[in-house]
Design a binder for this molecule. Structure first.
Ligand code: CTP
Ligand code: CA
Length: 224
């Protein structure tokens, strides 16, 4: 027992977290992806684990150190992330969807490296499975689902719409408006929007501190 151990308020709770950026293959050497590093999801995994939760972290293409006392699942594409999440979800008490999932993937994956023998190249993309939406449709009464939203306009309305559409219990809105917030930064500025549409703004903080705020907020919600 560690003297500095945090209160084990999530003891007995199972938490699944998606994190990172999915990669969608174009050919054997290329892919489509985005700038997400997975820092926020990893910080959440660490925070939950320190508070006693059994944490299952589904990580897509991350290169940061794995938190202690967390079960990790390495995936690459949206489809792989979906399959892993689907295999775990029924056992979970809390699911946090922090991954930046590619919305589209190339319709055909070339089996050989594409050669540059044309002046233009058109890739046809098709929609990926919406992991949070699909799992949200089967959400059980005692399960608590948390979504993330990154918006560049009509932030609050769009985030609330996502909450409703995907059956989230709360949504974390990432602000890109401030210096030092968002992708690849160590800091983040968030607002939390709950089911009633109540919005709570948090100041710019380190992602580890933001993770603690989110985890505490989830704990408070579960007490109600
Ligand atoms: N999400 C997911 N699977 C996808 C796309 C998104 O699980 N294929 C999850 C994200 O992890 C996040 C939430 O859904 O928790 C919202 O993601 P976001 O990209 O903001 O919303 P989209 O529904 O993809 O809509 P759009 O990108 O058009 O704003
Ligand atoms: Ca999206």
């Amino acid at each position: 027992q560690n003297f500095f151990q945090e209160k084990q308020i999530f003891a007995g709770k199972k938490v699944m977290i998606t994190a990172g950026a999915t990669r969608e293959a174009i050919d054997p050497v290329r892919f489509i992806s985005n700038y997400s590093t997975g820092k926020m999801g990893f910080a959440l995994a660490e925070s939950f684990a320190r508070k006693g939760a059994e944490v299952h972290l589904i990580a897509a293409n991350t290169s940061i150190a794995q938190p202690e006392n967390v079960s990790s699942y390495k995936v690459s594409s949206a489809q792989e992330m979906f399959e892993t999440a689907q295999s775990l979800v029924s056992e979970m008490d809390i699911c946090v969807f922090s991954a930046a999932v590619a919305d589209y993937r190339p319709k055909e994956v070339a089996t050989e490296k594409i050669k540059k023998n044309t002046e233009t190249l058109t890739l046809e993309l098709i929609k990926n499975v919406d992991i949070a939406f699909t799992l949200g449709q089967k959400k059980k009464k005692n399960q608590f689902f948390v979504g993330f939203a990154l918006e560049t306009q009509n932030e609050t309305e769009n985030a609330l719409q996502k909450l409703q559409k995907k059956n989230f219990d709360m949504v974390v809105l990432n602000s890109l408006k401030d210096e030092g917030a968002g992708f690849a930064h160590d800091t983040n500025k968030i607002s939390i929007i709950d089911k009633n549409g109540t919005k709570i703004d948090f100041p710019l903080k380190s992602k580890k501190e933001v993770a603690k705020d989110i985890v505490s907020f989830i704990y408070e919600c579960l007490q109600k």
